[in-house]
Design a binder for this molecule. Sequence first.
Ligand code: ATP
Length: 313
Amino acid sequence: MIEATSLTKRYGKTVAVNDLSFTVAPGKVTGFLGPNGAGKSTTMRMVLGLDNPTSGSVRIGGKQYHELKHPLRTVGALLDAKWVHPNRSARAHLTWMARSNQIPARRVDEVLDAVGLTSVAGKRAGGFSLGMSQRLGIAGALLGDPEVLLFDEPVNGLDPEGILWIRKFMHRLADEGRTVFVSSHLLSEMALTATELVVIGKGRLISQSSTKEFVARASDSSVRVRSPHLPRLRAALAEFGATVNDVDDAILVSDVDSSKIGELAAANGIVLHELSPQQGSLEQAFMQITGDSVEYHTDLDTEARQVLASAAS
Ligand SMILES: Nc1ncnc2c1ncn2[C@@H]1O[C@H](COP(=O)(O)OP(=O)(O)OP(=O)(O)O)[C@@H](O)[C@H]1O
């Protein structure tokens, strides 16, 4: 369990994290979502005691990082996959980490096996692909067999196979009962990976909920309706206070749900050929909810377009 309470971090005039409170529960993958510069990395660094909060606190299993007796046995993290001496082999790197943290050497082979790096364990880490480096970073995070795991943008730059591997691995760790907290600015990716979402913008909490709830709350709640009696239906809906917009051969009805539209149509003897609530995407939800909190609109718009384009292709 991770608990942040009124967490605030200032760098000079920049407020990177602003009065942020959230909890991350065990047994689930919780996504930490926000556009670039929202404060995700700063928050993760504070969880890990790498940066001190200006005010507020963050606790892991009830303790601040510096109060943990065996930090690596409580919390493991992947912040920067390339943080490895390039001439060291994967095994030598992990052995060095294990030794300096009083972790038994046999754990090295266990974690190499867990991330599928056994066959290349003797090779120079400097020659690893990004995907292999991410696996090595994850192996390092798992060395102390910790209950809590933090991953900062773990799929950045990975190919589809690497992304799928990381996603499955996160689910496996959560199924083992661990607390898995993973940051990303990739909205579609988080929809597939996380069941819970902590969403921030400009350092502030925008929402904490299940991914499903987040999408439902913000998604376009309009209903698409087709009918051979559109003028009569339009009149009945207008009387009920609904907002109606024309699209192709249908109308999009807002402010009234689909069951009410069906009842109104039946009460007026109107035939319906289609009555379909419109499902919003995580991208729409994110854009709608983050709204003004987005610091770099242009970046986010470009990014959202890319995500939507890749999802559609
Ligand atoms: N060491 C620092 N000194 C000064 N400003 C910083 C420092 N670290 C972060 N910031 C600023 O704090 C804000 C939040 O940055 P942070 O890196 O935490 O965001 P992020 O959500 O992780 O974004 P990204 O995905 O781009 O890394 C940004 O405005 C950033 O410029």
